[in-house]
Each structure stands twice: as structure tokens, then as C-alpha cells.
Design a protein. Structure first.
Lengths: 266, 357
């Protein structure tokens, strides 16, 4: 292609060497995983109860977390994008905090807030006898905590980039603000909502630190796929590999779904 | 509440960048007003204030006797309750909806069910010749089709006032003329007050009953096209109002005019049919006697008036063609130009531009 660009000619060898090393850091572990996979026993390994239980629990909790993230995150993104109030920037900063916060710290924070002796958790427990930690609900909450920011940020960026005139036109045609949101705004940003949903779901599926801290590691109850990998590495190496493989396949699928968003076709 | 019909608006506000808007607009029902001004004059801001997208800080907006916005008494009706139709510059159609559902959007917002709103839309789909396009996605239309859908959508919401923000700006030159005619017919179909925003003098002169010239957030002159052309109040108005508009038919470079038997020659020999002829005032040369050489257009005219605009003087010519000519104050003196005098007019064929009407 005849394009105007930077200087042409062979790339410097030093840069190539570092780039190859960089790619290797990312590719080698995957290759190692595939090389150690006992392909002939894969069916049998995937049939093990620890795998089945973890897979079922992971699917339930990650979809639930993605669903809750959408229900709460979409309005939150809208508020951040479309309204002006004191402390808005601060709120946005806090909403994105779980993206950079070590998940273990997130799990500990959840315990202090919602644990049996937590600020909010204690009165709830005293009143109803219900405690979030070490339950499926705990897993879902921990997942939502780490996943929702991805959805909020994706959708807020989409909202900030939309053409406001369509919303204004809808308003002059008699639509209330809620009707504009439902009938114009949401359909307009549908692709970004889907992308945010996939991102949040993938993040929830892979969650480890906050889950193990807040919900524990109870087989069949709070032991999700990543936790099962961690446990199996000690007890049953081959099972750990099989579970890891499931997660790799899912991750690749997520990349394929989002490819138009992230990968340029060049 | 008074029983006055039409729009009475006094819009005062200041934008965050310090831009001040102070505009008074009165539009009677069944008439078309036009806000004409350069980009950045505040026209779109004024429209946004009327539609309720921006609240005014001073003044008031009344439509058919109902107060829509009056900060002195704390009234600010939100856009959905104003019954003001706003057609955006590039139409802002809902790309995810079909043509039919775009048009049904207003009736649906008024509380009709999906089927009832589609029924209400059908009338407008029919009126604007959109039946064949009814099922098509609005993102999939040509400029002309989009304009018709936008107009139908605006009118289907049953507004009391319609605002059209640069309705022809998004179109290419070829379709502009056709769509201006269609727009003009459609405007007649609406019996409330109508306001068009444009920076194109030709559009204003052809579409509006009354023109309001807007510069720097203020209206500098209001009047009919003829009034504004006769006595421009500012240099900007002078420059744009001075542009001579004529209508006629052209064939291979010969233009037969509607209002005179003078035949104009243009170097544009490819355009044929009905045209708008525009001639810049500075393109007219005035001579005391028949000019030498062979200017393609020359005739003898009577001077109606001479006006000093500072560094130029504008000479208004009378029969056989009412044109304005800009000359230097020096040549006014030299040629002794004054009202009632006869003078020779010459225009080069390259200075006569035509565009399909």
C-alpha cells in the first residue's frame, strides 16, 4: 500500500528482539498449558464432580453478576454522563476504583461492610439471620463489585460520544426523559451495552481474589472455576489443567465477540 | 392569559463562553419568518431556547397566549410539553427505527399505543409520499428522503410552532432546489407560526414572509425581503441583501427573465431550465455612454437611488432591471451619479451565475 508514513526500511534488530520476548511472555504460558494437557483423558477429567460443580456455579454467578451490573450500571453510567451534580467526578473515580484495587482488598472491604460483623452486614444478620459471606450471594456480590466498573465505563464512554441531537429531537416530539432513555438512548448505544456486558461477564467469570476473601472456597457452594483451579493444582494437576482449558476457551470466545471493537482489521 | 395567537419571544441569555444573546421575535400564525445570519451569530442558540433545550435568563417566550418560559415568574416548560416542533440541521432521525416509527414517535409519545400511533403516522406517510419507504430503516435514506421524513415526523407530533434549523444545508446543490420547493409547499400546509434558520440569503428571500437578520447575538434588521434589500442597515446586510436575485429560464447560456425583457448572457451554458440568477453588485460596471469592446450584457438603465455605504456606494437601478451596483465613492463623483439619471450598465457573462430553481 502506498501510504505516507514514518521512515521506511528494516526494523531495528534490538526492537525486534524485545518485541519477540514480549510476545513470548504472553504466549509461552498458553503453549505450556496446551503442551501439558492430557488430551486423551480430557473427557474423563471434565466429567469430575469438582469440575462440574465449579463450572455450574461459575456460570450462575457470572451471569447473575453481569445481569446485576447491567441493571445498576446502565443507570449509573447515564447519571454520570447526562446529569451534572456536585461530586460527580469523585463518584466516577470511586466507581472505577475496583478496576485498580487489588481484588483481595476488595473482598476484605466487602467483609468489613457486609460481613456478619460488618457495618451493614451486622444489622442485617441480627434482623434476618441472613449473611452474605460464604454463600452463593456472596460470590455474586464479589463478582459484581469487580465487574460492574467495566460495564459502567464502556457505556459511559458510548453515552458521551452519542449525538445529543437525537435525544433533543425526541424531547421536542413530546417524549419524557425516561421515554427518551428507553426509546432513543438505549437503542442508540446497544452495541456498547453488549460489549460492556461481555466485558463485565468475562471479568466476573475470572474473579478470584475478592471471591475467596469474601465468599470463601466451599466446594459446590462458593468454589468457582478459578478457585477450583487453585485447589486442584495441589490435589489433582490434570483436573486443574482441564479447568484452565475451559477458561482459555471462554476467553478466546470473548475476544472473538469483541474483535470488531478492539482489533483493527489491518 | 391573553388570547394572542402566534409566537411572542424575547430571548435573553448568556452562554458559558460569554456569548450574549438578546433577540426579540414575533411570528404570526400562518407566516414564515426567517433568522438569517452568519455562522456563530447565535441562531441555533435562539432556536434551542425556543424549543426549551436551553432556558432563557431574561425576557419571555409565549406561544398562542401560553407562557413557555419566563424566568421572572419562574416558568420554564420542558421541551416535551412545549408543542414546538424542531427540525434539526441534518434531521437527527432515529437511525434504529423505521421511517414509519420515526413518524409515529410523536403520537406514541403523546400516549397512543403502538398500533394507534402507526395509524396516526400513516396520514403523514401518505401526505409526504413516503409509503414505499415506510418499512425502511431511517439510517438508510437519501438526503431528500430524510428531509421528508424529518418534516413528516415534526408535523405528526402536532406542534403549535415549527422551527427548521438550516433545513437545506445537508443537501447537495442538485437536490437543493427541488427540496426547497417541496419544503415551501409543506410549510404552507402548516398553519401555525414557522421559523427557518439559515445563513443562505437566497433561502431566506425565497422561503420567508419576513426576514430577521441576526449578527452577534442580536437582530440588526427585520422586514420583508424587499424592505431589507431597499435599505440594508448594516454592512453585513448590505453585502448579502445587495446580491441581486432574479428568476427566469435559461437555455444554452441565454436567460429569459421573468420580470423584464432584458435577455442576459451567462457563461454557464450547461444548465438549462428554470433558474435563480445571482449577480454580485460589484460585478456591475457603470458607464456614462455605451461601453466599448463587447461586454456580453449591456443596457441603459435609470438610477433609482444612490446610497453611501462608507467605502463603497450602492447604486440602485430601476427599469428595465432592478439591480444594485457597488461602485467606489470616487466614481460616483466622477460620473456624477444621482437619482433619475440614465446610465449604461455592463456585466460580463462570467459574472452571471445560475442555479436550478
Amino acid at each position: 500500500m502506498a501510504e505516507l508514513g514514518g521512515p521506511k526500511g528494516p526494523a531495528p534488530k534490538g526492537l525486534i528482539a524485545l518485541a519477540v520476548l514480549g510476545a513470548a511472555v504472553i504466549l509461552l504460558p498458553i503453549v505450556g498449558l496446551l503442551a501439558r494437557t492430557p488430551w486423551s483423558r480430557l473427557g474423563e477429567l471434565l466429567g469430575k464432580p469438582i469440575v462440574g460443580d465449579a463450572l455450574r456455579l461459575s456460570l450462575i454467578t457470572s451471569f447473575a453478576a453481569a445481569g446485576i451490573s447491567l441493571c445498576l450500571g446502565l443507570p449509573l453510567a447515564w447519571i454520570l454522563s447526562r446529569t451534572r451534580f456536585w461530586g460527580r467526578s469523585l463518584l466516577r473515580a470511586f466507581v472505577t476504583l475496583p478496576m485498580v484495587l487489588p481484588p483481595v482488598v476488595g473482598g476484605a472491604a466487602l467483609l468489613f461492610a457486609l460481613g456478619r460483623r460488618g457495618v451493614v452486614g451486622e444489622p442485617i444478620y441480627d434482623l434476618t439471620g441472613f449473611a452474605l459471606p460464604f454463600s452463593v450471594w456472596g460470590v455474586i456480590l464479589a463478582n459484581t463489585f469487580v465487574a460492574m466498573p467495566f460495564l459502567v465505563l464502556t457505556i459511559e464512554a458510548a453515552l458521551n460520544n452519542t449525538d445529543h441531537r437525537q435525544e433533543a429531537a425526541a424531547a421536542t416530539l413530546g417524549a419524557s426523559r425516561l421515554a427518551v432513555f428507553n426509546r432513543v438512548t438505549v437503542p442508540m448505544i446497544r452495541p456498547s451495552i453488549l460489549a460492556g456486558l461481555v466485558l463485565a461477564w468475562a471479568r466476573a467469570l475470572g474473579e478470584f481474589g475478592a471471591t475467596i476473601t469474601f465468599a470463601g472456597n466451599l466446594s459446590g457452594r462458593t468454589q468457582t472455576l478459578p478457585l477450583a483451579v487453585f485447589v486442584s493444582l495441589e490435589a489433582d494437576r490434570d483436573a486443574a489443567i482441564a479447568i484452565s482449558l475451559i477458561l482459555v476457551v471462554i476467553s478466546v470466545a470473548v475476544l472473538l465477540i469483541l474483535r470488531n471493537r478492539w482489533w483493527s482489521t489491518q | 392569559m391573553s388570547e394572542v395567537s402566534g409566537l411572542q419571544a424575547s430571548i435573553q441569555l448568556q452562554r458559558s463562553n460569554g456569548f450574549k444573546l438578546d433577540v426579540e421575535l414575533n411570528i404570526a400564525a400562518g407566516t414564515t419568518a426567517c433568522l438569517l445570519g452568519p455562522n456563530g451569530a447565535g441562531k441555533s442558540t435562539a432556536v434551542g431556547a425556543l424549543a426549551g433545550l436551553i432556558n432563557i435568563e431574561g425576557g419571555s417566550i409565549r406561544l398562542n397566549g401560553r407562557t413557555l418560559n419566563d424566568p421572572s415568574v419562574g416558568i420554564a416548560i420542558p421541551p416535551p410539553d412545549r408543542k414546538i416542533g424542531l427540525m434539526f440541521q441534518d434531521y437527527a432521525l432515529f437511525g434504529h427505527l423505521s421511517v414509519e416509527d420515526n413518524i409515529a414517535f410523536g403520537p406514541r409519545s403523546a400516549g397512543l399505543s403502538k398500533s394507534a400511533s402507526r395509524l396516526a403516522a400513516a396520514e403523514w406517510t401518505h401526505k409526504f409520499d413516503l409509503i414505499d419507504l415506510a418499512g425502511r430503516k431511517a439510517s438508510d435514506l437519501s438526503g431528500g428522503q430524510a428531509q421528508r421524513v424529518a418534516m413528516a415526523r415534526t408535523l405528526a407530533a402536532n406542534p403549535d410552532l415549527i422551527l427548521l434549523d438550516e433545513p437545506l444545508a445537508a443537501l447537495d446543490v442538485g437536490t437543493k432546489a427541488t427540496l426547497r420547493r417541496i419544503l415551501s409547499t409543506n410549510l404552507e400546509a402548516f398553519d401555525g407560526p414557522r421559523l427557518i434558520i439559515t445563513h443562505e440569503p437566497a433561502e431566506a428571500f425565497l422561503l420567508a414572509d419576513r426576514i430577521h437578520i441576526m449578527e452577534n447575538g442580536r437582530i440588526t434588521q427585520s422586514g420583508t425581503a424587499a424592505e431589507i434589500r431597499r435599505s440594508p442597515a448594516t454592512a453585513y446586510v448590505g453585502a448579502l441583501a445587495g446580491t441581486n436575485f432574479l428568476t427566469g429560464s435559461t437555455f444554452r447560456g441565454s436567460i429569459t427573465l421573468d420580470e423584464s425583457n432584458v435577455v442576459l448572457k451567462t457563461s454557464d451554458t450547461t444548465t438549462d431550465g428554470r433558474v435563480i440568477v445571482t449577480v454580485r453588485p460589484s460585478a456591475l460596471a457603470l458607464h456614462p455612454s455605451q461601453p466599448d469592446g463587447s461586454p456580453r450584457n449591456s443596457w441603459q438603465a435609470k438610477i433609482a437611488s444612490v446610497e453611501n455605504l462608507g467605502d463603497v456606494a450602492r447604486v440602485y437601478l430601476d427599469a428595465p432591471l432592478p439591480l444594485a451596483a457597488d461602485v467606489t465613492p470616487g466614481s460616483v463623483e466622477q460620473l456624477g451619479l444621482s437619482a433619475g439619471q440614465s446610465i449604461w450598465v455592463a456585466i460580463k457573462a462570467t459574472e452571471i451565475s445560475v442555479s436550478p430553481a
